[in-house]
Design a protein around this ligand. Structure first.
Ligand SMILES: Cc1ncc(COP(=O)(O)O)c(C=O)c1O
Length: 435
């Protein structure tokens, strides 16, 4: 352990306040395994990287072992006879996943991984025709999305450079304005086949106005899909009521289902069952009731399950099921309220630290325009180096996005006010005040 470092007096006094706030607003940290600190004065890490990989719920191991035991005891008979039979296992995830994103069960399924799902959805929903060929993303889209849409353009014989439109913030601004996105769609929407944006931007933490942009895209005649990797489990969503065409999200960030965990898919009710939509199929795309009649042609159900292809990996579904049960138990409205309090508290401390240092919070200040993540631009030095020092000298785990962004996500399920205080304290000790 390193020796205690001198802390600025204002922040030192704030530590007691952080403990008081934790006593009043404790969250659910006891339900999670928190990694030990790898440096600094405290035993546990201050884990602020749930926007990258969420922590492991304590319940996950036993639930997973129970599924594994069923295989050991039953072999192939587990498909029907396991306590949680494998054939309909994925159905246990559908209702809680649908509740989480504000969807109908017929619109929601858990399967595959995120980028794979985006491709499967674009098979159905990116259908360039005539002059309507373009795909709109944000310039700071996660690279996987950028590669995915560019490869879709190439797949259709189109030039990705002219087909993919990258929306940029105004000069001197860090985040996109909803009105600029809507104005673009009103002006040029007749050339747009697909709008595919991140619900919460991975880099800046900006929460887009999903209903407004969806309405603008659809009014322009485009299909509107959302990558909700940073939104699912972070902010309340009402995908059905917002008329979103399709969406996909991963489960390893705010849904705490483990590295590379299975992902979620939403297809709006108006599209499920549409025989005109192209789709890739396998034996899990056909209706469950007649699947084992082994016919040469499929009978897809009029639900999003028609987008499934393979039989699902049960041991990967277990952690998602366990996590979704937690979200059901605690409830997204309560989590969002705690999230606004916790992130507001971190913002207040960061304001004190950044005031005289080369650090800028680039996430919108309005809580309605962000989830729990705050992104800090580092004016001097490397973001990677800074996160290493935070971790090894202070036990604060955050993540860096080169060249100059460090992301901090106080996750309402398990983060504490004291974690937030440790971030501010560690930044103050690590980044020299500007002279
Ligand atoms: C916004 C976003 N989209 C896509 C991905 C890629 O996800 P996957 O590797 O699960 O396909 C990520 C991964 O972090 C992401 O943050």
């Amino acid at each position: 352990m390193n020796a205690p470092h001198p802390v600025p007096s204002r922040l030192a006094a704030a530590e007691a306040e952080a403990h008081r706030l934790d006593a009043d607003d404790p969250g659910h940290r006891h339900l999670f395994l928190v990694p030990p600190a790898d440096g600094g004065r405290y035993a546990e890490a201050a884990y602020l990287a749930g926007n990258s990989l969420g922590l492991q719920p304590r319940a996950t191991r036993d639930e997973l072992l129970a599924d594994l035991d069923a295989w050991g005891h039953l072999g192939v008979e587990g498909h029907l006879e396991a306590e949680r039979p494998w054939l309909p296992y994925h159905e246990m995830l559908t209702a809680p996943a649908a509740r989480l994103v504000g969807a109908l069960p017929a619109e929601t399924v858990v399967m595959n991984s995120l980028t794979v799902n985006l491709h499967l959805l674009m098979v159905s929903f990116y259908r360039p025709q005539g002059r309507r060929t373009r795909i709109v993303i944000e310039d700071s889209a996660f690279p996987s999305d950028s590669y995915a849409v560019r490869s879709q353009a190439r797949f259709h014989g189109l030039d990705p450079d002219s087909t993919v439109v990258r929306l940029r913030p105004r000069p001197g601004e860090d985040t996109l304005r909803t009105s600029d996105v809507c104005d673009f769609l009103a002006a040029e929407g007749d050339t747009v086949a697909l709008v595919l944006l991140g619900g919460v931007n991975y880099l800046t933490g900006e929460l887009m106005d999903i209903p407004a942009i969806t309405a603008a895209g659809r009014a322009a005649g485009a299909v509107v899909g959302w990558d909700l990797a940073h939104a699912a489990g972070n902010v309340p969503l009402s995908l059905h009521d917002w008329d979103v065409d399709f969406a996909a999200w991963c489960s390893y960030k705010y849904l705490n289902s483990g590295p590379g965990a299975l992902a979620g898919v939403f297809v709006h009710e108006r599209h499920v069952g549409d025989p005109g939509l192209p789709r890739f199929e396998g034996w899990w795309s056909t209706e469950a009731a007649t699947r084992f009649e082994m016919t040469p042609t499929s009978r897809p159900p009029a639900t999003v399950e028609a987008w499934q292809i393979s039989n699902p990996p049960i041991f990967a579904m277990g952690p998602v099921r366990t996590s979704l049960e937690l979200f059901d138990r605690v409830g997204m409205p309560a989590l969002r309220e705690r999230s606004v309090r916790l992130t507001g508290y971190l913002e207040r401390l960061l304001d004190e630290v950044t005031a005289d240092r080369p650090l800028t919070v680039v996430t919108p200040r309005d809580p309605r325009r962000r989830g729990c993540q705050l992104s800090v631009r580092i004016g001097v030095g490397s973001a990677n180096e800074l996160t290493k020092r935070l971790r090894h000298e202070h036990g604060v785990i955050a993540d860096a996005r080169e060249p100059d962004i460090v992301r901090f996500a106080p996750v309402p399920l398990y983060s504490t006010y004291h974690d937030c205080w440790r971030v501010a304290d560690a930044l103050a000790a690590t980044v020299e005040a500007a002279s």
